[in-house]
Structure formats: C-alpha cells, structure tokens
Design a protein around this ligand. Structure first.
Ligand SMILES: Cc1ncc(COP(=O)(O)O)c(C=O)c1O
Length: 372
C-alpha cells in the first residue's frame, strides 16, 4: 500500500508546539493568536435554528434543501451582486476546507495537470494538488497587478487557478481591475478559476469584491466559481457550513460526484445556515468586535517595532521585525503571545508572522499590555 500521506507536506502546526509551551508558561497565561479560530458565541438566532432542526432522522441531500439553495442564491445576489442566479449555480459543502483539499481530485485532475495558487497562501491549496498527484505551482499575485496580466504564469497544463481575496495570510485584497484581468486571462486560456472568498465580509481598509460581480465576470459564470464559508463571518467553524457558487456545469459535475461520496451537510447545519445567511446584524456585530481588536493589536505591534504589510482585510495582521520569522515567534512566545510563522504559508513569508485577532477582548488586552 502506498502511503498517500507521504505526498503531503509535514503538518506545520506541530512545529509550533515548543513555542506554545513557552507561551503557556507565562504567569498570566498564553495569548494564542496563532490558529485564528473564532472564540465569540454562535449568534442566538443561528443556535435556535440548529436546535429547531434537531429532529432530523432522515438523510439530508448533498445539494441541500430548496430553502437552503434559496438562501444561498439570495445572499449571492444581495451581498455579492451576482445576477440571474439559480439553484444550479450553488452547492453546499461541508466546511470549505474539505472542498479545497478534495476539489482537484473531484475534478479528475492528476499527474501532468497543474494547480496554481498564490506564493503566499493557505496551505490546503497545495495539499489538494498533491492528494490527486497534480503538480502544485505558485504565482505572484503582483503578476496580475500590472498590465501584463498572467505574464509570469505559464498556462500550459494549468487546469485550476486558485484566487484568495482577501488573502490568508497577508490580508491583501485584489481590486476589481485585477480580478477582471485574471478572469479574462483564465477564460482565454481555458483555466478554471476557483476564488476563495471566505474573508469577503471582513474588509477594513478595502472593500473586497467577488469574482461573481458582473463588473468582473460580465454577468456570466463560465469557468468561475467562488467559495464562501460561514466559519468566520458567523462564528460557525464548529458547524462546518460553507458553499460554492458559480459555473453551473462545474457545480453539476461536483454534485454528481459528491452524491456518490456522501458529502452531505447535516440537516440541522443546513437550517442554521439559512438563518445565518438571512441576517446581517450579527455579521455587523462580529465585525465591530474584530475591528476593535485589530485596532489595538495593530497599534501595539507598531509601537513594539513591527512593520505591517497589507492586512487591509481578513482576520490577520501580516507583521515583520525584519528578521527570520522563527526569531519573532520565539520573541513573542517569551512574552506569552503565540503567533504563526510566515513560512507556514510559503517561503516568501520567512520574515513575517501572521497575527490573528480571533481572541477574546480580555486576551487581546493582555497581549497589548505585554507588547507595551
Ligand atoms: C483562505 C481559507 N480558505 C478556507 C478556509 C477553511 O475554512 P472552513 O473550512 O472553516 O470553511 C480557511 C480557514 O482558515 C482559510 O483561511
């Protein structure tokens, strides 16, 4: 038996364990700003919807209830500006991480095919390519900032192009112009675009735009799919609630495969997702919490001698002391603050750390004091 896991990178978080132990030894306890997992309560209206659907003895469907599809279609039109959307343009997934990891396999990609993702990126894009035996390639997001769109990216053999705006880890937002150029370039070369937009609701100094916006895609969805997650916008990481939206032909094929694979969102989570997508108030409240934490952490890091790049959106500050990232991780661990080393996200991050502001107000305040 060949071990599939041998194709995969070392699970990076294990490397952080010794630093976690150092930070945990702080007399006032650890401030963990590394993983970026939500800590605030699941909004009451979402919990109520989950509980109300608790009596769900039958199998749910992979495509979800008609009510769920209506809710997703409605949200895409209202929030992303998508036009003429239908049920065939949406598909629930069981949290977006499983989709990212298994998409290349489900698309039938394999040896000889290439999957591209940004040089600094969420590690699961690479994992997905490796799981199916495709070749992972990285591109510099700046490639698409200049007029020479795609100049550096070789389209030969390229089957799937991942975008991620706002970006994890840098918080960078791709403007409408950049997105439009990328979509046009990909369509010209027959490359399928998947745009991971799971931080779209978390813009601070920029207004993130979806690839589904008509100014970007021209109001048609051939070759483009956006990925959305409720983990961050609605504190639902524990529910595994997410969906994809866009090209009906691509989604139809994925639906067929995922039906055979039994990749069903549990019925109570489907009901909770309907409630979450129908309410903007809790999103605004959660944004306000994060904005306040971001402001104080940002100021404290700058005062402590950090430089911060990008970070105009998402849940992270991309910060550097112009030294190797593991030195910075060690320095902050001594202060009882745990952050993620930038090299987890690609070699280009080796002099940065990613500071998540997903900690309680009390813990964020403790970090600010220690940095002061
Ligand atoms: C860029 C990006 N995509 C996808 C995910 C996965 O989110 P989930 O599986 O909770 O939907 C994350 C999680 O942090 C992420 O940062």
């Amino acid at each position: 038996m060949s071990a599939v896991s041998s194709r995969l990178p070392v699970f990076p978080w294990d490397k952080l364990e010794p630093y976690k132990a150092t930070a945990a030894a702080h007399p006032d306890g650890i401030v963990d700003l590394s993983v970026g997992t939500p800590v605030d309560p699941v909004p009451a209206l979402i919990q109520q919807a989950l509980v109300a659907a608790a009596d769900s003895p039958g199998y749910p469907t992979v495509w979800g209830t008609a009510t769920l599809r209506d809710a997703i279609v409605g949200w895409c039109e209202r929030r992303l500006g998508a036009v003429s959307f239908a049920h065939t343009n949406v598909l629930p997934v069981v949290g977006s991480k499983e989709l990212v990891a298994w998409l290349p396999t489900q698309l039938g990609l394999g040896t000889g095919d290439k999957v591209a993702y940004p040089r600094l990126a969420y590690p699961t894009y690479e994992v997905g390519a490796r799981l199916c035996g495709a070749t992972p390639v990285t591109y510099d997001t700046e490639t698409f900032a200049a007029d020479a769109a795609g100049a550096e990216l070789d389209p030969s053999g390229l089957k799937l192009l991942w975008l991620n705006s706002p970006s994890n880890p840098t918080g960078r937002v791709l403007g409408k112009d950049e997105l439009t150029r990328i979509v046009a370039w990909a369509r010209e070369h027959g490359v399928l675009v998947f745009s991971d937009e799971c931080y779209l609701e978390l813009g601070w100094e920029a207004e993130p735009v979806s690839v589904l916006h008509p100014d970007v895609c021209g109001g048609t969805y051939e070759g483009i799919v956006s990925v959305h997650s409720l983990s961050k916008r609605s504190n639902l990481a524990g529910y595994r609630a997410a969906f994809i939206a866009g090209d009906a032909a691509v989604l139809g094929e994925l639906l067929r495969i995922r039906k055979h694979g039994g990749m069903m969102t549990p019925a109570p989570v489907q009901a909770a997702t309907v409630a979450a997508l129908g309410d903007d108030v809790h999103v605004a409240e959660q944004r306000a919490r994060y904005a306040a934490r971001r402001d104080v952490l940002r100021a404290a890091l700058l005062k402590h001698g950090f430089r911060i790049e990008h970070s105009e959106a998402s849940l992270y500050l991309w910060a550097t002391r112009d030294e190797p990232c593991w030195e910075t991780v060690g320095h902050l661990a001594e202060l009882g603050v745990l952050v993620a080393p930038g090299d987890f996200y690609g070699a280009a991050g080796e002099r940065f750390v990613r500071v998540a502001f997903t900690a309680t107000d009390e813990r964020v305040e403790a970090a600010v004091k220690r940095l002061g």
